[in-house]
Design a protein around this ligand. Structure first.
Ligand SMILES: [Zn+2]
Length: 150
């Protein structure tokens, strides 16, 4: 495993759409493990998307409340409610703002074994899913902030 370089701020790769993974092989497993190691090297971090470490593939790793998720080709298939969030991003250190996100989202993805999984996330996990899946489409939270926090 290896810690990968975190892409930040104006790095153009953060604005690019990631490509669907067509085959989960050793290379994908290695990238997921590297993403997790990179995530764990940063204090107070919860999740990372592949383009944040320079890889244009639809991969997300989440480690929240002691649950680790490695998601391949995740997509939101349902969402409901609304919540006001305080949001930040590993790629935009020191920037925090208020966003509006669904209170609950349902995500369909493949796990690292290629099995289809469905996960329902509420509150912070719903925010996290929305934030990370936005990354895969080249969207970043600062575009959605309704008020920046000083
Ligand atoms: Zn982010």
């Amino acid at each position: 495993m290896a810690i990968r370089q975190l892409r930040q701020d104006e790095d153009a790769i953060l604005r690019k759409k990631c490509k669907e993974v067509t085959k989960i092989d050793e290379k994908i497993e290695m990238i997921l493990n590297d993403m997790l190691e990179t995530l764990h090297s940063i204090p107070n971090s919860a999740a990372i998307a592949a383009n944040q470490v320079g890889i244009l593939k639809r991969l997300v790793v989440i480690d929240m409340e002691e649950v680790v998720m490695k998601l391949v080709n995740p997509e939101i298939i349902d969402s409901s409610g609304e919540q006001e969030c305080t949001e930040g991003c590993l790629s935009f250190p020191g920037k925090f703002g208020t966003t509006l996100r669904p209170q609950k989202v349902t995500v369909k993805a493949l796990n690292e074994k290629g099995e289809e999984i469905i996960i329902v996330g509420e509150d912070d996990l719903a925010k996290c899913f929305c934030h990370e899946l936005d990354h895969l489409d080249g969207e970043v939270f600062i575009d959605k902030v309704i008020a920046f926090l000083e």
